[in-house]
Design a protein around this ligand. Structure first.
Ligand SMILES: Cc1ncc(COP(=O)(O)O)c(C=O)c1O
Length: 450
């Protein structure tokens, strides 16, 4: 049985297809019908605002941001020109400026993008431009350029390499230490090895807050290597960037000011509705160069608005207003409110870690500094990977909690993440109880009933 507080009402795809009318009619069904369609949609949607939602790197509902989202849709402007989006242009500029100051790019600029994946791609595109400015006109052969990432980096770097014609083989995965942080000594070795092979290093993508473990790569050491080797440093802070609000945690990104570009999602830890993500760059002219399309768009961009038309620093043409929601939420909370949010998440993750360490049937699977908590259920003579995978499946189907499953090395792990303002200590107590109860049931051979 499911109740209205459930995170999810799991239903297999084949069954959902049978009970949902997905047809697109010849004659319209009228506005009234939309209410029935919405009911059905909401009934089977995952409730990301419920405390038990600890699955991806976001959750909860920010009311002022929600209002911003609605108003942005209502006004339905596009961000390419000041003429069309006067207020939104100024707001976006001010948000970008502020984030630039926070990462230590006082003369920087940037743009709101469709997400961290896109931000990583733009960072790599800037790096590619710097090493080979003529390629924008001439094209790239995709054989010579190599970039470097930690072996625990996000898959979007591979996607970017594909889009940019770099190729998967030319993304070098650098070894991490036992906590999942990129090892600078291994980076140095890989750079030397690829140079000896006749290839040209053009970009290092460091991660501030890895997806699985929440690890922060050592930016200062990496930046020193990049400066010495004249390689662009892009920092993927899609997940961890919000540590910059907190006096207690901002040391995790020490050295970010030495980078050339950064991406930082506000739709992750800051809890903005998807999507809201910034790409930031130290030298604004490079972003402008890679977004240049000559004078082709004479119908859109008029000469006298050169500096205020955001379409000149974006890869998109029509672009949503993602700025208003962040502006309203930031003004509601202030820096101090964001700092409290971040610190509360890390405190709650510490509490979960403490409970795990005290429980005989749970174990921590990685050290941590952020709000990712990598754990597993343990008992004598069990196949840990199989039991933990079954456990996660039963947990999600029971409906109260959604957490993710991942791997660290050969081990299957469970990864609750605290990035949802509805989560409290009570939620964590309940999560631990439910995980250990399901684990016990599996060990004792009790079949799953829901
Ligand atoms: C470390 C990291 N980088 C980049 C991304 C991609 O961000 P987005 O989903 O906004 O494209 C993610 C997503 O989880 C991530 O964890």
């Amino acid at each position: 049985m499911h109740d209205s507080d459930d995170v999810t009402q799991f239903i297999p795809q084949s069954s959902l297809r049978k009970i949902t009318d997905l047809s697109l009619p010849l004659e319209g069904l009228g506005l009234e019908n939309a209410l029935d369609d919405i009911d059905q949609f909401l009934k089977y949607s995952v409730k990301t605002n419920q405390p038990g939602f600890m699955n991806p790197l976001w959750g909860g509902m920010n009311i002022s941001a929600f209002a911003g989202e609605v108003i942005a849709t209502l006004t339905n402007n596009s961000m390419y020109t000041y003429e069309l989006s006067p207020m939104a242009t100024l707001i976006e500029q001010s948000l970008i400026q502020r984030k630039c100051e926070m990462v230590g790019f006082p003369d920087g600029n940037g743009t709101l993008t469709t997400g961290g994946s896109n931000g990583n791609m733009i960072g790599m595109m800037c790096a590619r431009y710097v090493i080979d400015p003529l390629g924008q006109q001439r094209g790239f052969d995709g054989e010579n350029l190599v970039c470097y990432v930690s072996e625990e980096s996000h898959y979007s770097v591979l996607m970017a390499a594909n889009v940019l014609g770099i190729g998967f083989d030319n993304v070098i995965k650098v070894k991490c230490d036992s906590d999942g942080k990129l090892r600078p000594d291994k980076l140095q070795e890989e750079i030397e090895r690829t140079r000896i092979n006749g290839q040209t290093p053009f970009c290092v993508v460091a991660t501030s807050g890895t997806t699985v473990r929440g690890a922060f790569d050592p930016l200062k050491e990496i930046a020193e290597i990049c400066a010495d080797q004249k390689i662009w440093l892009h920092v993927d802070a899609a997940w961890g960037g919000s540590c910059l609000f907190s006096a207690k945690h901002r040391r995790l990104m020490d050295g970010v000011e030495l980078a050339d570009s950064v991406c930082w999602d506000s739709h992750k830890m800051m809890g903005l509705p998807l999507v809201c993500s910034a790409f930031l760059i130290k030298k604004p002219e490079i972003l402008r160069k890679i977004c240049s399309h000559g004078n082709v768009a004479h119908y859109l961009f008029l000469g006298d608005a050169e500096d205020v038309d955001l379409g000149r620093t974006s890869l998109q043409c029509g672009r949503r207003n993602d700025a208003l929601k962040l502006f309203l939420a930031w003004r509601e909370k202030g820096d101090a409110g964001w700092a409290r949010l971040v610190e509360n998440y890390v405190d709650l993750a510490n509490y979960l870690q403490m409970k795990v360490e005290r429980h005989p049937n749970l174990e921590m699977m990685s050290n941590r500094e952020w709000s990712n908590v990598c754990i597993r259920f343990t008992a004598e003579s069990i196949d840990h990977n199989e039991v933990n995978s079954t456990l996660r499946d039963r947990l999600v189907k029971s409906g109260n909690f959604m957490i993710s499953q991942s791997n660290i090395g050969e081990n299957t792990i469970l990864r609750p993440v605290i990035a949802n303002p509805s989560v409290s200590k009570e939620t964590i107590d309940e999560l631990v109880d439910e995980i250990t109860k399901i684990g016990d049931d599996i060990v004792r051979g009790i079949p799953f009933s829901n």
